[in-house]
Design a protein around this ligand. Structure first.
Ligand SMILES: *Cc1c(COP(=O)(O)O)cnc(C)c1O
Length: 310
């Protein structure tokens, strides 16, 4: 296990640092940031956390197949892992980037990933059992990893974020898309019986749907809450800014100004969108006074290199 971390040059534990933004009501809280964006120069933080135990199986998979969009941090991280670990990798990409490759696609190609473009209709089948069966025939012996890497076996790697923490927090805040990261944080909090509330910021329109994804990924033995006096996790749905990867000018300005002011890189799809939401919640007195809040920086800067505008 640690062997694979060494092979891939992963630096954990990631640091926890104090943030002191000049936001409305920020003086009432203690804000920290766990810098999972720093665990590797190429791979996005939470994507490695989710892949760790999927890749560290006793028998190396003959090949790997996975899914994602043209700027996917997951495909990017997995492509890098597969190159270093010498596992043939096929990326099934939503849409056709042949004539207009993104920076992410260019990196996949440089890593010798077999990039296959799927039209939107076919991509929608990605978790349908018949289609997955078909992929098993097409790619014999393949480990097929779901979009975003959010598979039940991803959870153990994410819980390590919680076991690395150096102090108690009242809240852990993180962006939510395919749910694996939030499910792992909740599982970690339950395993360690912490009185920490896990707050997910939805980066896409998914009220109800995202809660279902997260609930399904929490392992059965951790499926009951530590305490019944207060809800221990929740997803905030007011700050998706129009949908996945939508980035109004106000959000882009926030990312740029806040990156400079706090000396933390931010992109508008995940980390910047979630931190923007946190700023609004502080202004609304959402958190109890004096609360210690940990913002998990999940990485993702690579995806912002040639992202579409708006
Ligand atoms: C994928 C991703 C997320 C979302 O995590 P999920 O486990 O899919 O909910 C958050 N931040 C970054 C940078 C990501 O790449």
């Amino acid at each position: 296990m640690d062997n694979i971390q060494q092979q891939l040059n992963i630096t954990t534990p990631s640091p926890e640092q104090v943030l002191q933004p000049h936001w409305r009501n920020a003086e009432h809280y203690q804000l920290f940031c766990k810098r999972d964006d720093l665990i590797h120069p190429v791979m996005s933080g939470n994507k490695w956390r989710k892949l760790k135990y999927q890749l560290a199986q006793k028998d190396k998979p003959r090949q790997i197949v996975s899914f994602g969009g043209g700027h996917s941090n997951h495909l990017h991280a997995l492509s890098h892992c597969c190159r270093v670990l010498q596992i043939p990798f096929t990326a099934l990409v939503r849409g056709d980037y042949r004539h207009n490759p993104s920076a992410t696609i260019n990196d996949l190609v440089a890593n010798k990933t077999n990039v296959v473009y799927l039209d939107k209709k076919r991509f929608q089948l990605r978790s349908h059992p018949d289609y997955v069966q078909h992929l098993h025939q097409q790619y014999p012996g393949a480990l097929i990893i779901p979009e975003g890497g959010s598979h039940p076996s991803a959870i153990a790697g994410v819980t390590e974020i919680v076991s690395e923490l150096t102090q108690h927090y009242d809240y852990i805040v993180a962006p939510v898309a395919s749910g694996g990261t939030l499910a792992g944080l909740i599982t970690g909090v339950r395993q360690q019986k912490l009185r920490t509330k896990v707050l997910g910021m939805a980066v896409l329109k998914g009220q109800g749907y995202l809660e279902g994804l997260v609930t399904d990924l929490i392992p059965a033995e951790q499926a009951t809450a530590n305490r019944d006096d207060a809800p221990e996790w929740q997803i905030e749905h007011r700050f998706h800014q129009g949908g996945y990867a939508k980035r109004p000018a106000e959000l882009q300005d926030f990312c740029q100004q806040t990156s400079e002011a706090l000396a933390v890189p931010l992109e508008p799809v995940y980390s910047g969108k979630a931190l923007f939401a946190l700023k609004q919640l502080m202004a609304e007195h959402f958190f109890s006074k004096g609360a210690k809040i940990l913002f998990l920086h999940t990485g993702g800067m690579q995806g912002a290199r040639s992202a579409p505008s708006v």
